[in-house]
Design a protein around this ligand. Structure first.
Ligand code: HEM
Length: 488
């Protein structure tokens, strides 16, 4: 480290040893980040028990550092409790920047590019229609079906596996596995995350409950990781595999003696797609229902456009995407209005660095103030309002998407070499789900016994992935004709 370096980024004044630890709320940390931004400027610097924590408050700064200097900002903080002791290090979002990270991203990326995702259009359309039928039959259970829909897309892409019920065994196992990763609460909340050396103490020091939770975490990791991988391997060996990411990778890595080269990585990335992709996408889809109920004008504008294009004579396909800019605008607005991961996933710096006269030490934990970006009134006037029209230019003969509005897709999926590899898959799956639902249903607030609408509270969970709390909604088929298109 140079003898004299520029100052550390400004931030709230902490206290000795604990630093800013007591200023970080256990919940809604993103809202606190957003409150600090106007006070401290482009970058906020914190120290928590000696750990450097840096928050990037503008899109420009985030791209300057995380994209353009990606060689230095693509590591992850080491959450020793989950990754080492809880055995979750296999999962790509947890992985340190290095050879294994590159290998696994390379395996994964080619199945998730925009052109690869075109191969999934047919099954996504089918799954969206299955979801529509399920909602027609049991509208009150709509959230079980949004979950099944997102799981079906991922299971099909990753394993060629067809999910046929919301109670599917593999989904249950995977969901329990994912939940097990949060059994200790938020990452970095345990002393072992802050001082990994403490992990060398015998586990009993932390009490019986610690050992119980650690065992849940390990069992969860094991069950997700081995998911359907070995069934697919058996199918490949017996020549009965349905083509999928896993079957293709196994075939390419199969050795003459029947073993699979790099098997650990192959099983890990398949599991990672579920862990990283299912819970996130379902949160966006559920938020969409909430928005449609609360902002009926946005819903009606999209349905007018759908009726102009489809004339209530057919259901949408992904070929209709360009003709239905309102659905794209709704999707962008869903992930802006209530972003799914409002702090992004933290990156970590590898070497000391200087930027705009500020010092960023090696091993800093780097967050992006996504919540502040989505609420910036310069880009999004009246930011609390759900208003898809903000992305639409209606001045020409046909409405088109505006190019001069900051696109939430450019930052809610992260940055640089760590950017979400599943973003095209996610946005495609969300688009066809939203288009299908809006074609078929009027989404409105349910009525209470006196006939008054039950307004949902805008309560969201507090996990890393932010889900809407429980809410009900009313789904009414828009016409008998459309209903029969779906069921016929
Ligand atoms: C609306 C849905 C989704 C959202 C909002 C989302 C968001 C994110 C974000 C913010 C990150 C961290 C990026 C960074 O560190 O800069 C991430 C990472 C990741 N996402 Fe997504 N994601 C979604 C869906 C998916 C899907 C469908 C898949 C897979 C099919 C997926 C796979 C991954 C993986 C593997 C990583 C870890 C990448 C790494 O650490 O290098 N995500 N995602």
């Amino acid at each position: 480290r140079p003898q004299s370096h520029p100052p550390y980024p400004p931030g709230p004044k902490g206290i000795p040893i604990l630093g800013n630890a007591l200023q970080l709320p256990p919940n809604k940390i993103w809202a606190t980040f957003a409150e600090w931004a106007p006070v401290y400027g482009d970058i906020t610097g914190l120290t928590v028990l000696g750990m450097k924590m840096i928050i990037l408050n503008t899109y420009e700064v985030a791209t300057d550092l995380l994209d353009k200097r990606g060689f230095n900002y693509s590591d992850r903080p080491k959450f020793a409790l989950a990754s080492e002791h809880g055995e979750w290090e296999f999962a790509l979002p947890m992985k340190s920047y290095g050879e294994l990270f590159h290998t696994q991203r390379r395996y994964l990326n080619r199945f998730l590019t925009t052109s690869a995702v075109r191969n999934y259009h047919d099954f996504m359309v089918d799954h969206a229609r299955v979801m529509g039928v399920q909602m027609l039959n049991k509208p009150e259970e709509f959230r079980r079906f949004t979950r099944m829909y997102t799981a079906s897309n991922i299971m099909k892409m990753a394993y060629g596996y067809k999910v046929t019920s919301p109670d599917d065994e593999w989904i249950k196992r995977a969901d329990n596995g994912v939940k097990s990763a949060e059994v200790f609460g938020t990452s970095a909340a345990h002393p072992i995350d802050i001082w990994p050396i403490l992990g060398k103490l015998p586990y009993w020091v932390w009490g019986r409950d610690f050992i119980r939770k650690l065992n849940i975490m390990k069992a969860g990791a094991e069950s997700v990781r081995h998911g359907p991988y070995f069934s697919v391997k058996d199918q490949v060996l017996s020549g009965t595999a349905v083509p999928s990411m896993t079957s293709t990778l196994i075939e390419e890595h199969l050795l003459p003696d029947g073993t699979v080269r790099d098997e650990d990585s192959l099983a890990s990335i398949a599991a990672t797609t579920y862990i990283a992709g299912a819970d996130t996408t379902v949160s966006a889809l559920d938020t969409f229902f909430l928005a449609m109920m609360l902002f009926p004008d946005a819903q009606r504008a999209a349905q007018r456009e759908i009726d102009n294009v489809l004339h209530q004579e057919r259901l949408p396909t992904l070929e209709d995407k360009d003709a239905l800019p309102h659905i794209q605008a709704i999707m962008k607005e869903v992930i802006r209005w209530n972003p799914i991961i409002p702090t992004g996933l933290p990156h970590a710096s590898m070497e000391d660095d200087e930027y705009k006269g500020l010092f960023i030490p090696a091993k800093s934990m780097i967050f992006v103030n996504v919540w502040g970006l989505v609420r910036d009134p310069k880009h999004y006037p009246s930011p609390d309002e759900f208003n898809p029209e903000r992305y639409i230019d209606s001045s020409g003969p046909k409405p088109i998407l505006r190019k001069d509005v900051q696109d939430p897709e450019d930052y809610t999926f992260g940055f640089g070499r760590r950017v979400c590899p599943g973003r095209h898959f996610a946005t495609t799956g969300l688009w066809i789900a939203m288009a299908t639902i809006l074609t078929v249903f009027e989404i409105s607030m349910p009525l209470d016994e006196d006939g008054n609408p039950i307004t949902p509270t805008l309560e969201f969970g507090i996990g890393t992935v932010r889900h809407p709390g429980p809410f009900k909604c009313k789904l009414t088929p828009r016409s008998d004709n459309i209903k029969s298109l779906l069921t016929g």
